[in-house]
Each structure stands twice: as structure tokens, then as C-alpha cells.
Design a protein around this ligand. Structure first.
Ligand code: ZN
Length: 187
């Protein structure tokens, strides 16, 4: 329980009045966010019913998407625990580690299909690498053309020697404005 009078609103949603009450406890506020999630987990385990699931995804699908907080793949696609592998990173782009993970997904855990889902209004679109103050040559994965970025990731997976299955790899764009997922037409 937060001390009386302390604002618990997320920082970007605080009113000026909230800002005044939250300012002295800014450091504690960050710790409190994690504590809030752990309290949610305490409630979660009271009704947990997935302890007997097998690790092999029931739908034999691996899904790659962006880490963007507005996207919930389970809600958007009707997934439940045990259904699919979900990989996330900044942009939802194929990297060496994504390729490695999908190789393990296919070779050890039986998936065959891959969905690559990037999204509208992504922070990686048009991002200037210099704006983040990262060391030079840090691979950022920023892109300008959304559809082209999806196609590039799909093409990399289709050409990957690490993957076993290449015939059901498809690219999509999630629209954060509507929740709709549209498939890109093949090249
Ligand atoms: Zn994004």
C-alpha cells in the first residue's frame, strides 16, 4: 500500500497536481512498479491451471513481433498459454538471435510456421541511431519503409540455413490504430 497522498499514476499520465505529490519519491516509484507486478503475480498463481502444459507449441507457430507495449499478441490472435512461441524485440525484426531462437523452435520444439509482425507507428521507423547516443556501428535495426522492413525479415528467414521449414513464413503489419493485422502480399 502506498503512503497516503503519494501519486501512483504512470509518470506520463500524471496531472500537475499528481506531479507534486510524486516528485519526492521518483526513485521509489520505479521500484513500486515492479512490486505492483509481483502483487499481480500473487493473484495469478491462485487460479493458475497451466502447470501440465508441454513445451511444444500446440499451433506449431513461432511469432516475431515488436516489444511495443501497445501490442498484445495473445489478445490480438486469440492465443492461450501453450499455443505458440512469441519472440519480441525492438521493431520485430529478424536478428541473429531471432534466427537462432526460431531454429531452436523448429528443430527442438516442433514449430513449422513463422509469422513476422511489425506495426504502424513503430518507434524504430525513421529512428536516427545518433539520437540514442549509442556507440558507432551498434546495429540498431531502424528502418524507413515499414512494409519493406517486414519483407526483408521474411526474406532472411526464408533463406536461413538454420531453419528446417521455409514454406510457411509470412509477413504482416499490425495496425495500432485498429488492432487489425494485415498480411503483406508476396513479392
Ligand atoms: Zn515497434
Amino acid at each position: 500500500m502506498a503512503p497516503a497522498g503519494r501519486c501512483r499514476c504512470p509518470p506520463r499520465r500524471r496531472s500537475p497536481r499528481c506531479q507534486a505529490s510524486a516528485a519526492p519519491d521518483a526513485r521509489l516509484g520505479r521500484v513500486g512498479a515492479i512490486d505492483d507486478l509481483l502483487r499481480n503475480n500473487d493473484r495469478f498463481v491462485t487460479t493458475f491451471a497451466h502447470g501440465s502444459l508441454e513445451p511444444h507449441p500446440a499451433h506449431e507457430v513461432a511469432l516475431l513481433t515488436c516489444m511495443d507495449a501497445r501490442i498484445d499478441p495473445a489478445l490480438a490472435l486469440g492465443l492461450v498459454p501453450g499455443d505458440a512461441h512469441v519472440l519480441r524485440n525492438a521493431g520485430g525484426i529478424v536478428t541473429d538471435d531471432v534466427e537462432r531462437s526460431i531454429a531452436v523452435s523448429q528443430r527442438a520444439l516442433g514449430t513449422r510456421a513463422v509469422m513476422v509482425v511489425q506495426h504502424t507507428r513503430c518507434g524504430m521507423q525513421g529512428l536516427d541511431p545518433n539520437a540514442l547516443g549509442l556507440p558507432p556501428r551498434t546495429p540498431l535495426g531502424a528502418f524507413d519503409d515499414l512494409d519493406a522492413s517486414v519483407r526483408t525479415s521474411v526474406a532472411r528467414l526464408r533463406a536461413s540455413e538454420l531453419l528446417l521449414h521455409h514454406d510457411d513464413i509470412r509477413g504482416f503489419v499490425y495496425e495500432v490504430e485498429t488492432g487489425r493485422i494485415r498480411e503483406l502480399t508476396p513479392d
